[in-house]
Design a protein around this ligand. Structure first.
Ligand SMILES: *Cc1c(COP(=O)(O)O)cnc(C)c1O
Length: 397
């Protein structure tokens, strides 16, 4: 018999009741150090006082207001995003997939407005992830997400991540844009070298293509800069963001330079819920913290400590952890043995991690962690390696 909840998730049998900073508490009162962060969503941890205050005050004032009317929180958040990025204009949605979808629609409309409606194809990278709608699974191009959902939405071509020659070779008369993640998150924490993104910018300019980046996972401070592409110095034309932007409140946004943003004329795109006052209150509160003096520098400092410590762990337990990679507070441990067992064992020991493709366990802690949390996480990871190495329910050694 079918459960009342659709069976599309393979859930771990635990329910969390309460969150406090970097910790989660389950229904039996057990405490977990949350280095999954709701998959890079809880950027300020759980129940951050500034976020709680902002939402409480908004809840007592106004929840929903249609986009038929002005929404001051949107105007404020958009201006702050514009002031702190390459972008000239912002559209608000409710999720990462919708933010990407908006960008994909803008790509088509931009070329159509120029009388180039035939330039609708977008080149994306294998191993990429852009969401679960019909268009975004086509963009991601992964068999495991596409299987059973034919016909695939037309308009996407795929090349290897990191290979500029393949990218050049894939460009045709119908190509309108390139879409990439600065760090492939779901794909297993593969980081683009700066020269790759710089090369994509050059190629886009040479062929008159738009360069769209998906910073749904890497954005809003995750890598120690406000946005990950800032490490490379490039300027994209379109950027989708979401996960960390609301600190746990569902929100997505699509940012663009002026020439592209003009594509969204009244009536051409929209959302009932996108940018509602609660989401705006949450996101403006997140930005108060993330954009405060010194915050991103501290994320970068802690990230470097986390890399050094996790690399040390991999050196000490090469039979369990084959590789450490990542950018900022987005670290992947490539496991040699069974990934599910590694993550389950870490959880039994009180540490939450997130699985990714390529047998990688992801560490995506809240951006507000301290060195003490890193110490605690490494202690648990070491215990986990020792147990798995000793064959305690593991096949990692
Ligand atoms: C999570 C993610 C998405 C999809 O976001 P949803 O909010 O689940 O729709 C898109 N792109 C990237 C890079 C992501 O990590």
């Amino acid at each position: 018999m079918i459960p009342s909840l659709m069976p599309n998730y393979a859930r771990v049998d635990v329910a969390f009741e309460k969150g406090e900073g970097v910790y989660l508490f389950d229904s039996e009162g057990r405490r977990y150090l949350d280095f999954g962060g709701g998959i890079a969503v809880n950027s300020l941890g759980h129940c951050h006082p500034h976020l709680v205050e902002a939402l409480k005050s908004q809840v007592e004032t106004l929840w929903h207001c249609s986009n038929l009317y002005r929404i001051p929180g949107q105007e404020k958040l958009a201006q702050r995003l514009v002031d702190n990025t390459f972008a000239d204009s912002v559209f608000f949605a409710n999720s990462g997939a919708e933010a990407v979808e908006c960008g994909l629609k803008m790509i088509r409309k931009y070329h159509d407005d120029k009388g180039d409606a035939g330039r609708y194809r977008v080149i994306t990278c294998t191993g990429g992830f852009h969401g679960r709608t019909l268009a975004t699974i086509a963009a991601g191009g992964q068999a495991k997400h596409l299987s059973g959902f034919d016909p695939v939405v037309d308009g996407f071509d795929h090349v290897s991540f990191g290979n500029l020659n393949e990218m050049r070779a894939a460009i045709g008369d119908e190509t309108g844009a390139i879409l990439v993640e600065p760090v492939q998150g779901e794909g297993g924490i593969h980081t683009a070298v700066p020269e790759y993104l710089q090369g994509l910018r050059e190629i886009a300019d040479e062929f008159g293509l738009l360069l769209m980046i998906d910073e749904v996972q890497t954005g809003v401070g995750r890598t120690g800069k406000f946005f990950a592409h800032e490490w490379t110095g490039i300027v994209p034309d379109i950027m989708a963001i979401a996960k960390g932007l609301g600190g746990g409140f569902p929100i997505g946004a699509c940012l663009a330079v002026e020439k592209v943003a003009h594509a969204l004329t009244p009536g051409s795109h929209g959302s009932t819920f996108g940018g509602n006052p609660l989401a705006m209150a949450a996101s403006n509160a997140v930005l108060d913290v993330v954009l405060a003096d010194g915050f991103l520098g501290e994320v970068d400092r802690l990230a470097r400590i986390l890399w050094t410590r996790t690399r040390g762990l991999a050196t000490a337990y090469p039979g369990i952890i084959a590789d450490v990679r990542g950018a900022g507070l987005m670290v992947g441990l490539k496991c040699t043995g069974n990934l599910g067992q590694f993550i389950a064992r870490a959880m039994e020991n009180g540490l939450l991690l997130v699985p990714a493709a390529d047998n990688v366990a992801r560490l995506l802690p809240p951006l507000i962690i301290s060195e003490a949390h890193i110490d605690e996480a490494l202690g648990i990871l070491e215990k986990t390696c020792v147990e798995l190495g000793a064959g305690l329910g593991g096949e990692g050694s």
